[in-house]
Design a protein around this ligand. Structure first.
Ligand code: AP5
Length: 215
């Protein structure tokens, strides 16, 4: 199963990708997580990426394409993968298509998550992430057992710096300009499936699994 999860910041792609990846025992490849790990470890790539991420802009295509190509080419992705947050530009989508062609495999589905803008802002402003294992919570919707602590590893939960209101506005604008053209791009390739991302995490999961079970 080779999937792309597409949609605006905060629609719930990462949350659902985590659950689907566990269910089907395939890796979730999140370019956002890979980049944030680079930032935290202060790698050269992380330091380059940081300047774009803090402003809510996109990291240059060649950087993220390189990251994804390396992952997809690894043995753990032989049985499939979920791409969360990649591709985000037409150039990245074309590069993905070439990578898959070289491996003689195809993309099965692009799940396009849709929720109202007001809900996007609510989800992003309340998001908290684990400072160590990157698990994701929400102050109202997905609460940890102990306030401010990760259920998985006990580390402190923090707010992502790009979830501040001004940066969220830039991210939404960048999404509209650079990423939303991918909706038509994948519609034309007949692989796009639109998913209503409203409701609880469990309700969205149910809808998503139902869509995936249709051939
Ligand atoms: P990235 O980390 O990919 O951010 P994003 O796409 O903006 O997506 P988010 O992580 O914000 O949201 P999500 O849809 O995963 O929602 P989540 O499940 O967390 O990218 C960050 C930055 O890295 C980019 O801005 C860019 O700079 C750079 N970057 C990354 N990829 C790149 C690329 N390909 N090219 C160039 N640059 C790139 O949910 C959000 C919140 O809602 C959470 O609190 C969650 O608990 C909660 N929630 C989830 N589902 C529900 C539900 N059903 N009901 C209630 N709450 C819910």
């Amino acid at each position: 199963m080779r999937l792309v999860f597409l949609g605006a910041p905060g629609v719930g792609k990462g949350t659902q990708a985590e659950m689907v990846a566990a269910k089907f025992a395939i890796p979730k490849i999140s370019t956002g997580d890979l980049l944030r790990t680079g930032v935290a470890q202060k790698t050269p790539l992380g330091l380059e990426a940081q300047q774009y991420m803090t402003r809510g802009g996109l990291v240059p295509d060649n950087v993220v394409i390189g990251l994804v190509a390396e992952k997809i080419g690894s043995p753990e992705c032989e049985k499939g993968f979920i791409l969360d947050g990649f591709p985000r530009t037409i150039l990245q989508a074309d590069a993905l298509s070439e990578i898959l062609q070289e491996q003689e495999v195809v993309l099965d589905r692009v799940m396009y998550f849709v929720i109202p803008r007001k809900e996007v802002v609510r989800r992003l402003s309340g998001r908290r992430s684990c400072s160590t294992c990157l698990a994701v919570y929400h102050i109202d919707y997905v609460t940890p057992k102990q306030e401010g602590r990760c259920d998985e590893c006990g580390a402190a939960l923090v707010q992502r710096s790009d979830d501040k209101r001004e940066t969220v506005e830039s991210r939404l604008m960048v999404y509209k300009e650079q990423t939303s053209p991918l909706i038509d791009y994948y519609k034309e390739k007949n692989v796009l499936a639109e998913l209503d991302g409203t409701g609880s995490v469990e309700q969205v999961q149910e809808r998503l699994l139902a869509l995936l079970s249709r051939s």
